[in-house]
Design a protein around this ligand. Structure first.
Ligand code: ATP
Ligand code: MG
Length: 296
């Protein structure tokens, strides 16, 4: 069974997309089969990994985009996956094992235009289609926007684990708190659609600090986050194993540059070595591997 993990925080811009893309790349380099599903209308992960020349045609036609499984509903997830998505300059596969389920700007229609069948919410349709292919993967990762509207719901309903990217600031803490509240409500709302075979509803297993600037002491924000996490754990609103990761990702220019180059940081070669941020992402990926929930 694949581990199905959503990255989400109610605070925008904390590094959800850059963490998920770079961690997906590290996991693939370590030999895991990884599917990254992009549920953010901004399409940042899709544009990053496909680059504009391959993403633009999908965006202009809607053919191949995740929204097409809902409307017109003719495609299935298995038809849309871009296998070994990262290409090198010669068009060869630069990172075998990392697949992408791409999105485009039309995903925004899921929030308003899409009527669908109330007896089969979008998240049920998506979960069923992931169940068909999950045996092909070790990890299925969901990049979510900073809310729990319909697109995010697809990732959260299908996932069993949630990781919360955070910056060392008060707004990330507020975003985490809001996430836990909204998550509880969504799990209640969707409970009647959950079957035993799907496993328990997704819970928070970890908080990952990102973009830590040199010389910034994160002990105080970490302690505040830990106190909040302890409260939620005591109230059984997160997994009992939930923890703040020991590893974190430093702020590094090369992370912003990687987006422009259409590559995960780990594939930038010499350019990334000076910052050593590649090792940060590897450590986080290793901690995710170690943090697997106990099988019950
Ligand atoms: N470790 C880092 N060092 C430097 N810049 C970073 C780092 N992590 C993320 N960034 C930059 O911060 C910005 C926001 O990051 P990102 O898009 O990953 O956040 P997000 O949480 O996915 O945002 P959104 O809520 O809009 O989806 C981007 O410009 C990204 O390149
Ligand atoms: Mg994002």
């Amino acid at each position: 069974m694949a581990r199905k993990i959503a990255f989400i925080n109610y605070k925008g811009g904390v590094g959800k997309t850059s963490l998920i893309v770079n961690i997906a790349a590290c996991l693939a380099r370590m030999g895991s089969r990884v599917l990254l599903c992009d549920f953010d209308t901004q399409s940042n992960a899709s544009i990053w990994l496909l680059k504009l020349d391959r993403w633009n045609p999908i965006n202009s036609t809607g053919e191949g985009a995740i929204y097409s499984i809902f409307d017109p509903g003719r495609h299935r997830v298995c038809d849309l996956i871009v296998r070994d998505v990262v290409l090198d300059k010669a068009g060869g596969h630069a990172l075998p094992g990392l697949d992408l389920l791409p999105t485009t700007f039309n995903l925004v229609d899921l929030e308003s235009e899409y009527a669908g069948d109330p007896k089969r919410p979008a998240y049920v349709i998506f979960q069923e289609q992931i169940a068909e292919i999950e045996h092909e993967y070790d990890f299925i990762l969901f990049d979510c926007p900073p809310n729990i509207l319909r697109a995010s719901q697809c990732g959260i309903f299908t996932a069993t684990e949630i990781y919360v990217p955070a910056n060392p600031d008060a707004l990330s803490l507020i975003g985490f708190t809001l996430l836990i509240e909204k998550l509880g409500r969504f799990h209640q709302l969707s409970a009647s659609f959950r079957r035993v075979s799907m496993g328990p509803p997704a819970q928070v297993y970890g908080v990952i600090f990102n973009a830590i600037k040199t010389g910034v002491d994160i002990e105080v924000p970490k302690m505040r986050m830990q106190l909040r996490l302890n409260q939620f754990k005591a109230a059984k609103r997160t997994a009992k194993e939930a923890r703040i990761f020991d590893s974190f990702v430093r702020d590094a220019m090369v992370v912003r540059r990687a987006v422009a180059l259409g590559l995960p940081v780990a594939l930038l070669g010499q350019e990334a070595i000076g910052d050593n941020v590649v090792r940060d992402y590897e450590r986080v990926a290793e901690e995710i591997l170690r943090n697997a929930p106990a099988v019950t």
